[in-house]
Each structure stands twice: as C-alpha cells, then as structure tokens.
Design a binder for this molecule. Structure first.
Ligand code: HEM
Length: 373
C-alpha cells in the first residue's frame, strides 16, 4: 500500500545516525527524569495538600503541610528544566524522524499547539501555589489542582502525538475525516491508554523516589523517617500497579513488533530483561531503606539502579519506534547525512558548560539558604 509519508528533509542529518541517537537518548533521559519528578511531584503535593487539611491527627496534618511546601518550592524549577531539556530531544527527533513527527503534529495541530497554553497556565498556577502558600492558605489547593490537571494533559497530548507519528497507515483516513482541520486526538490507538498510564505511574514512582531521597538527607530524625516511609510507599505502590499496566501495554503492541523484546535475540531483548532485573533489585533496596531495614547507602543504590533501568527503557522505547517504522518500509538508510563535527562539538561544550553553570547556581543557592544570616 502506498502511504502518504513525506520524503526526508533534503537538508542532511548533521552527524552520524548513531551519534544523533546517542544525543537523543542522553537528553531525553534527562527530560524524562525531570518530567516524572514534575508530574509525580504535582500529584504527591496535591495529596499532601489534601491531607494537610483533612488528616486524622494534627501531627499528620503538620507533616504533610511541610512536605507540600517543600515539594512546591522545588517544582517551579523542575518545570523550567523539563521544558529546557525537552528542546534538545525535540531537535534530534526532528532530525531523524522529521518525516513522521511533522506529519503527526500537523494532523493534530491545534491540540499540539495547545501544549504551550497548558504549560503556561500550569506554570502560573504552580507559582501562585508556591508564592502564595501562606497568603492563599485556604484556597491554594485550587492552584495545585489546576496545575496538576494541566501538566497531566500536556503529557497525554505528547503520548497522542508520539503514538500517531509511528502509525502512518492511519494518516490519510484521519486527514480525510478531519478535513485537515488539525483537530485530532489519537484515541483509537490501542497502546494510547496503557502507554500514558505507564508514564503516569512511572512519574509517581520517580516522585516517590525523590521524596525518599529528601528523607535520606533530612537531618531531623522524625521528619526524615516520615519522608522515607511516605516516598518509599508511593514508589512501591506505583511500581506494583505498573506490573499490570506494563503487561497491558506489552500486549497492546502488535505481536510481530513486540517480538523484539523477548522473542528475538538482540540488543532490545538484553536491555529489556536487564531493565526489569534492575527495577526488581532497585525496588527491593528502596523498600528496605524506606522501612529502616537498611541504611541510606542501600537507598541510594536502589535509586541508582532505577535510573539505569529508566535509561535502558528509553532506548527500548526508541527501538520499538524503529520497529514500527520498519514495518512501513522505512529505515535509517533513507536519511542523507553530512556530519558537522564542529557543530556537534559546540553542542557538547555548551551542554557541559550549561550543566556546570546549573550545578554551580544550585550549590550557591543551597549555601545561601542554609547559612544562618
Ligand atoms: C512541561 C511539561 C511536559 C510534560 C509533562 C512532558 C511529557 C512528555 C511525555 C509523557 C513524553 C513521552 C510521550 C511518549 O513517548 O508517548 C514526552 C516526550 C517528549 N517530550 Fe516532553 N513533556 C513536557 C514538555 C516538553 C517540552 C516543552 C518539550 C520541547 C520543547 C518536550 C519535548 C519532548 C520530546 C521531543 C519528546 C519525545 C522524544 C522522543 O520521542 O524520543 N517536552 N514528554
């Protein structure tokens, strides 16, 4: 069947495909960890906000108010970093998969452009929550609630677009049906909901891990214990639910495409299996640290294992996308390349310098805020 896939961009990819893919994985990994911290952090802040009002004991209300305030102070920074670290993978995705990504973005143009507005509303309401924590004490839950809904919707739109880009078989019918209006949601996609829930639950798990990490560093003993337990519980609950959602997602992917994960020998299978081994061991360590059965080192080791597992899953996610696209006759051979190593070197220099600057600012900020003056 002839599919309406545009020709690749005549401007060649400015580097070897392997290098561009590496940069895509590297920058997308940072985006995913930040985005998970943001989405899950919003959910956990909202929950703590509710408990701080309706909790059974004054002690629990007080603890949750403290946690909500702590998280709320971190989250606006996380929004800006999530957005910044979204731009880099966006460039690499466009460089490699432009033919697919642009087309799906055009088919759902208005929904896709809506992301900007939703991020703006989400960001402002988060600021109102954080800055007006004391001033709007009675009504502030509206702000955190609105922000959570906005960012969860942004994530949903991303999943819509990224699933639509890999199924060009559907494009012509969508274009005909919507008359090119740009109003389309990819709701008939079998993997849409499990994929979205997979991201949402991962976000809650990662945010739980962040709270556990804050608890591991907390100096005040009672408060530290509470954060370790609370964060660990959210991590474990989300990860247990993930088993069901993960299976749903796996079986929603057409059988001949998901075969790369278990049935066919190759790097996808190695990554898939080792990621799950790491998730199991990491969860065990996190559980032990959360319940005080092991020390902080075990907790940090668990967090490190989960992060490596996430990195492996990010590569797996792209291998699956390549399998989808191979199915419609596409391959990397279709792309003209003209490596510009000077530009790539500049990118690396700015990336390292930018990250260094960011760490320096964070270090200075911590020093300033922890000094008695
Ligand atoms: C701040 C709110 C944001 C949230 C909650 C969010 C969430 C997500 C989610 C859930 C995905 C995965 C979708 C999937 O694979 O099905 C994703 C992918 C992606 N996001 Fe974000 N995102 C946000 C902002 C941004 C921004 C502002 C940019 C760019 C300027 C961006 C760039 C990307 C790119 C390029 C991908 C796909 C990478 C790939 O396919 O390899 N994101 N995002």
């Amino acid at each position: 069947m002839d599919l309406p896939i545009p020709s690749p961009d005549p401007i060649p990819v400015p580097g070897e495909i392997g290098l561009i893919l590496f940069l895509l994985y590297l920058t997308f990994f940072v985006h995913v960890v930040l985005m998970n911290t943001l989405l899950g952090g919003l959910v956990l802040t909202l929950v703590s906000e509710v408990i701080s009002r309706r909790g059974s004991s004054p002690e629990s209300r007080h603890r949750h108010e403290h946690l909500a305030e702590k998280l709320a102070h971190i989250l606006p920074f996380v929004v800006s970093l999530t957005v910044t670290f979204g731009i880099a993978p966006l460039l690499f995705v466009q460089g490699i998969y432009g033919q697919f990504f642009y087309t799906s973005s055009v088919l759902m143009a208005w929904v896709w452009l809506g992301v900007l507005l939703l991020i703006l509303i989400g960001y402002y309401s988060l600021y109102l929550y954080t800055r007006g924590f004391a001033r709007f004490a009675r009504r502030r839950y509206w702000f955190i609630g609105l922000s959570t809904v906005m960012f969860l919707t942004v994530a949903f739109i991303y999943v819509n677009n990224l699933t639509l880009m890999q199924t060009p078989q559907k494009w012509l019918a969508i274009y005909t049906h919507t008359k090119g209006s740009g109003w389309h949601w990819n709701l008939d996609e079998a993997t849409l909901w499990p994929r979205y829930l997979h991201f949402a639950l991962a976000a809650v798990a990662v945010a739980g891990m962040v709270v556990l990490g804050l608890g591991l560093r907390e100096k005040e003993e009672e408060r530290g214990r509470f954060m370790r337990r609370w964060g660990g519980n959210w991590f474990l609950a989300a990860t247990i639910l993930q088993i069901g959602v993960g299976l749903w997602f796996y079986y929603a992917v057409p059988a001949h495409l998901r075969a790369i994960f278990l049935e066919q020998e190759g790097p996808a299978r190695t990554l898939f299996i080792s990621a799950h081994v790491l998730f199991t061991l990491g969860s065990l360590c996190i559980g032990l640290a959360a319940y005080g059965r092991a020390g902080a080192r075990t907790g940090w080791a668990g967090i490190a294992m989960i992060l490596v597992g996430i990195a492996e899953k990010i590569i797996n996610r792209d291998q699956l996308r390549q399998a989808y696209l191979r199915d419609v006759g596409w391959s990397f051979e279709a792309l003209p390349t003209a490596p510009q190593h000077d530009v790539i070197a500049l990118f690396f220099i700015f990336l390292v310098a930018g990250l260094g600057l960011l760490l320096w600012v964070m270090f200075k900020y911590r020093r300033e805020t922890s000094s008695p003056s």
